[in-house]
Write a protein that binds this ligand. Structure first.
Ligand code: XMP
Length: 230
């Protein structure tokens, strides 16, 4: 793993820009852009605005954009989505680990050092414990073997973040969803070895998004050092 697609972490917060229009997300990003490291987009926004929204956000807010498109198909379809993210200036793309090594290798080849591949491991919702948690450690081993940019982990289960960090080693990023609205705490995520917390509703539905972002990062100065290369 050579490229640090998200740059040097500072607040270590990824905002989930989950509202369905560019304008709604831009109104929040105008207020909190200095307080976050990465902008994450997911399928409702990309379906609504088209994939060019990735470049528009990158250019407007001068932050890396992470396309959380949960790629999970046969390889020749997966690679089209990865290329679409690359061609629209995305920094990274989320790909489900359960698609298996052949599909993941094809995705990594399609990414061609332009886009980081982040593997989705274990969903944070209660049902995520049923099917995704039992395979998450094996998927994390596969992510490490393939030298992927990083993995997802459940930010509302710090013990699982620690386990995944112990499997993948210090270098790959771990993006942790479930912080804020689902009960996960940013500082606990950092202490457990997460690289970034993903925060959506706790910031964008707040009356004062900037104050909400500051509340999320309070106490970050005690977080352990990262193993990332610049
Ligand atoms: P909230 O509003 O819950 O948004 O902070 C979470 C964001 O992260 C994305 N995402 C996940 N969310 N479990 C989640 O709860 C997961 O495993 C997961 N993976 C990604 C979600 O789509 C939203 O953008």
């Amino acid at each position: 793993m050579s490229t640090n697609y998200f740059g040097i972490p500072q607040s270590r917060v990824i905002i989930a820009a989950d509202m369905e229009t560019y304008d709604e997300n831009a109104r929040v990003l105008d207020q909190i852009c200095d307080d976050i490291d990465v902008i994450k987009v997911n399928t409702p926004l990309v379906f609504h605005e088209g994939p060019s929204v990735i470049r528009k956000l990158t250019d407007t807010f001068q932050k890396p954009v992470f396309a959380d498109l949960k790629v999970a198909d046969v390889p020749h379809t997966d690679v089209k989505v990865v290329r679409m993210v690359a061609d629209n200036g995305g920094a990274a793309v989320m790909v489900h680990g359960f698609i298996g090594p052949d599909a993941l290798i094809d995705c990594a080849e399609a990414a061609a050092d332009q886009v980081g591949i982040i593997m989705q491991l274990e969903l944070t919702n209660p049902g995520g414990k049923l099917f995704t948690a039992p395979i998450a450690d094996d998927l994390a081993r596969l992510a490490a073997e393939l030298g992927l940019y990083g993995t997802q982990a459940p930010g509302n289960r710090p013990d699982r973040i620690s386990k995944i960090r112990s499997i993948i080693g210090p270098e790959p990023v771990i993006v942790c969803c479930g912080v804020g609205a689902q009960g996960g705490k940013h500082n606990a995520v950092m202490q457990a070895g997460g690289t970034y917390s993903i925060v959506g509703r706790a910031i964008y539905t707040a009356e004062n998004p900037k104050a909400a972002a500051a509340a999320i990062t309070a106490g970050l100065q005690n977080a352990p050092a990262l193993g990332l290369s610049a």
